[in-house]
Design a protein around this ligand. Structure first.
Ligand code: ADP
Ligand code: MG
Length: 262
């Protein structure tokens, strides 16, 4: 029996996705993370409270070592918090055990990395559907076709990653993240390895995914131009949210960064 026809495999409900646009997709409540102990103790996340609305595209910026990756990792269930809570949708990430975390990352979270992380031996189509197949989820063919169309990958479905440009590979990684309709996509420097034209194309797609598909996206970037594509820019300094800008252009972002010494 194929997973598609197995009635015992639960199909995720879509009801959580049909609520109004102010629904909170991701939330940190008094989130605190320290590494080490005693003299070598480092506070990476310093009692952060923040909410991310469904369909919101947020850029996280700040100096190296300010806690951007730590925040993203704790929110995504890739690392534990010292205290406080992280929520994705209605799930308290900080209250889950290992097996449940694996399931959360599989079912509720999508990742896009700087290095694409595609499987080199698989075609575009196989790479995009891999997480769904690993989770034994039904691949929604209509949604697959729409995602592929919106990302302009129709003519690349049979190609392997080595036959694609960097921009195309990153579009495949975005399609892969979008396909399972996760509560949130975390993108870690997704344009870091791209030339400016491919980078702009990828950022435009991320922004359209948020606007047109209500996909919540949280992206770490060092690039004020990349951040200007986002609806919101959080500047993190010393583990705290030092600024929270909306609809900021590149100049406003650069001014905020220099004001904060970030
Ligand atoms: P960013 O992503 O903004 O560069 P990080 O979240 O990686 O910052 O790091 C925040 C702080 O936590 C830094 O001082 C860093 O050195 C420290 N840190 C990060 N990971 C670890 C770790 N695994 N062990 C000890 N300290 C860490
Ligand atoms: Mg980092």
């Amino acid at each position: 029996m194929t997973p598609d026809s197995d009635p015992t495999i639960p199909v995720r409900t879509i009801s959580a996705r049909t609520a109004d646009s102010v629904e909170t997709a991701v939330r940190a409540v008094d989130l605190f993370k320290v590494y080490g102990r005693g003299d070598t103790q480092v506070t990476a996340i310093d009692h952060v409270d923040v909410s991310f609305g469904r369909g919101e595209f947020t850029a996280i910026m700040g100096p190296s070592g300010s806690g951007k990756s730590s925040l993203m990792h704790v929110l995504a269930g890739l690392d534990t918090a010292t205290s406080g809570q992280a929520w994705i949708g209605g799930t308290e990430v900080t209250g889950l055990h290992d097996r449940q975390l694996t399931q959360l990352r599989r079912d509720q979270v999508g990742f896009v990395f700087q290095s694409f992380n595609l499987v080199p031996t698989l075609t575009t189509e196989q790479n995009i559907t891999l997480p769904a197949r690993l989770a034994r989820q039904r691949v929604d063919q209509e949604w697959f076709a729409e995602v592929v169309h919106r990302l302009g990958l129709q003519k690349r479905l049979k190609h392997r990653p080595s036959e694609l440009s960097g921009g195309q590979q990153q579009r495949v990684a975005i399609a892969r993240a979008l396909l399972t309709r996760p509560d949130v996509i975390f993108a870690d420097e997704p344009t870091g390895n791209l030339d400016s034209t491919s980078g702009a194309e990828v950022l435009t797609l991320l922004r359209r995914s948020a606007r047109e598909m209500s996909q919540t996206i949280i992206m770490v970037t060092h690039d004020p131009v990349a951040a200007s594509y986002a609806d919101r820019v959080l500047v993190i300094v010393d583990g705290r949210i030092a600024d929270d800008l909306r609809a900021a252009d590149t100049d406003q972002i650069m001014q905020a960064l220099s004001r904060l010494g970030a």
